[in-house]
Each structure stands twice: as C-alpha cells, then as structure tokens.
Ligand binder design. Sequence first.
Ligand code: NAD
Length: 282
Amino acid sequence: MAQIIDGKKISQQIKDELREQVAELKANGKEIGMAVIQVGSDPASSVYVGNKKKACAYIGIRSESYELPEETTEEELLALIERLNKDERIHGILVQLPVPAHIHEKKVIEAISPKKDVDGFHPQSVGALSIGQKGFVSCTPAGIIQLLKRSGVEIEGKECVVIGRSNIVGKPMAMLLLRENGTVTVTHSKTKNLKEVCKRADILIAAVGRPKMIDASYVKEGAVVIDVGIHRNENNKLCGDVDFDSVEPIASAITPVPGGVGPMTIAMLMHNCVESAVMFDE
Ligand code: NAD
C-alpha cells in the first residue's frame, strides 16, 4: 500500500510558516501587498481569485483587488500593471489567466515586473530558473518539490520522468528536478514508447491533462507518483491524470486528487509573494 502524500496538510504547514514570517516582517515595519487582477467574470476564475484573496488574508498579506469589466482594453490593463509595478506597497502582481481574447496574454505576462512576477511566468523568471539565478518559480511545480521533500522522498540521483511539457507545469518541473540533482526525462504527445519510458521512473510526474490516462501499466513497482491533473469525471467528481485505484497498490507513494498537488499551488503563490518582499530587497 502506498503512502498517501497529503497536499492539504503540507500546504497548511507552509501557510502557517508563512503566517509567522509575515508577522515577523510586520513587526519590523514591512507589510506585504499583493495586487490581484481579474478581467471579466468567468466563474472558475472568480473562484480561483477568491481563494487567493482568502489565502492572503489568512497569512497576513494585504491584497488589493482589481475586478475589471470584460471590455477592458489591453492598453488599460497594461497601464494598470505599469502603475502597480511602480507602487512600492505592492510586492506581487497576479493577473488571473486566461484574459479575454482581445488581450494578448504574452504582452500581459511580459508587462509585469520580474520583481513582482509571483506566478513565475515572465520570460526573465523562466530564464533565471534555467540558469540557477534568483527569480520566481511557477507555483505548481514548486509545490511538487515541496510535497516530495516534506514527504521524505529523495530526488538526488533518481530517475524522474515528467509527462507533459507545458510552460507552467512540465518544463519548469523538469528544471526544478534537475536543480535537485534528479536524472530527468521529459515526455510529451510525440514521445515514442511512453509506457516504457514512464516505467523507468523512480519519480513519475503526470501533467498530461488526460483523465486517468496513467494506469499501473505505466508505473514501476515502488515508484513515487505525483498527479497534477484536475478533471471532473462523468459523475462530476474530481479526478486526476492518474488512475489512482490501479496505481496506488504498486506505488510507494502517491498524491490523491483532490487533496494532493492542488492545494500546493496557492501555498506556493503565497510563498512567492512573501519572497518578493525579501528576494530583491538588498
Ligand atoms: P497542457 O495541456 O498545457 O499540457 C499537456 C502536456 O501533455 C503537453 O505538453 C502535451 O504534449 C502532453 N500530452 C498530451 N497528450 C499526451 C499523450 N497522449 N502522451 C504524452 N503526452 C501528452 O496542460 P498543463 O497546463 O500542463 O496541465 C496539465 C494538467 O494539470 C491539466 O489537467 C491541468 O488541469 C492540471 N493543472 C493542475 C494544476 C494544479 O494546481 N493542480 C495547475 C496547472 C495545471
């Protein structure tokens, strides 16, 4: 039977540590501010934004909320970001994606100062990660490293296979595992013999975006399996990219969905926001 890696518990630990750190910073006269921008009123985005604001309140980060109408122009959004870039009371700027189709996502990401890029999506942040310089790291993969470390999973020297090469999960995940001295293979939709490659993994990270695709036939006995996927199944229940019931009996450790990787993303966003008040402050 596999160890169940409890993302809810670990994310709570991280939030409690951050809360203490923020209280200490406050005692030394430093208050952390985060701007949360949403354009339009997509219901899923509103839920994510609400959760982020709640997490800020719990940790003691002052959040400023900008709920902009759907018809906001790109120029207006970029002007707001520019103003927030210059605002010393704001340490992190978060634009909830996706933005409406008439606004170029790339321009928005690149407009945010790398010093306030708490999502870690700016090309400078991505570049810094790949050459080991200071910068923000994409929250979901950063959260997975925390899940592994805090569950006692050693990464150094291990065969790590990442399924998926997206800019926000797969690629930064691979860079982070490399930074931890894992031996890393990145697989994707054009990979040949995917099952055989996955079966080499001591640590298998599934970020493929396909419900329950990864069953026991992809997994080596004793592997650690991390499931990044979030889907709703035919009964409207949440499930991941991993077929949990099939994989759990042969894995040594596994994340559930929900309650695995999901809660870590916001915890790491909060971590980045606290970091932003100290990382470039010297
Ligand atoms: P994406 O669609 O951008 O990328 C999926 C990747 O999987 C692509 O690189 C593609 O090449 C690869 N792929 C697709 N089909 C494949 C196949 N048959 N074989 C091998 N590789 C294949 O997705 P993403 O943004 O990286 O997200 C992946 C999953 O993680 C989604 O389910 C998403 O909802 C979830 N997600 C969860 C969190 C979280 O906080 N838990 C955060 C981001 C994404």
